[in-house]
Design a protein around this ligand. Structure first.
Ligand code: AMP
Length: 176
């Protein structure tokens, strides 16, 4: 499945800490044809019109912005708390140790707008599920999410599906 794209993703062992296989998409970004193919396939997988593509900081921004152009949609930024200049709403989520918080501008979407969620990778799903809660709190209709990479053994895609989201990813890496 999408082996052409998979071969453009570099794996860096033990980054940022021992035991993590870091799936590095910078090598895919450097490849003009690979980048175009990834965006084309994400656009093909999108169901129906969407008003906004929401990207999760930071690598998700790249794919969200590129995908929004062919989808004729705007881009909504989901950032680490404290980075956005206007009034925000925020959502907490658990990390392996401790917790983190993501935020969006409270007026970034009009209630009822249909939003497609994008990130480069889904692992445990903690980040993406918090993003869905945040968008829904803002009144968005969120029913699909796309990722370049899924780490299926970490269960994030399954958990997101249980939240009522259609989840698509182009490439899967089994294991952690
Ligand atoms: P999670 O919340 O566990 O689904 O983690 C997803 C977020 O962490 C994404 O924004 C990814 O960019 C990043 N991430 C998690 N695991 C990896 C990994 N093995 N390689 C690269 N990025 C990762």
């Amino acid at each position: 499945m999408n082996d052409d794209l998979k071969s453009l993703i570099r794996t860096i062992p033990d980054f940022p800490k021992p035991g993590i296989q870091f799936r590095d998409i910078t090598t895919l970004l450097l490849d003009a044809q690979g980048l175009r193919t990834a965006i084309d396939r994400m656009a093909e997988a999108t169901i129906g019109p969407v008003d906004l593509v929401a990207g999760i900081e930071a690598r998700g921004f790249l794919f969200a912005a590129a995908l929004a152009v062919p989808l004729n949609a705007g881009v909504l930024l989901i950032r680490k708390d404290g980075k956005l200049p206007g009034a925000t709403i925020a959502e907490d989520y658990a990390l392996e140790y401790g917790q983190d918080r993501i935020a969006m501008h409270e007026d970034a979407c009009v209630p009822g707008q249909r939003v497609l969620l994008i990130d480069d990778l889904i692992a445990t799903g903690g980040t993406a599920r918090a993003a869905v809660r945040l968008l829904r709190k803002a009144g968005a209709v969120v029913d699909q999410a796309q990722f370049l990479i899924d780490l299926p053994d970490l269960g994030g895609a399954e958990a997101l599906a249980a939240d009522g989201i259609r989840v698509d990813s182009l490439v899967a890496f089994p294991g952690h």
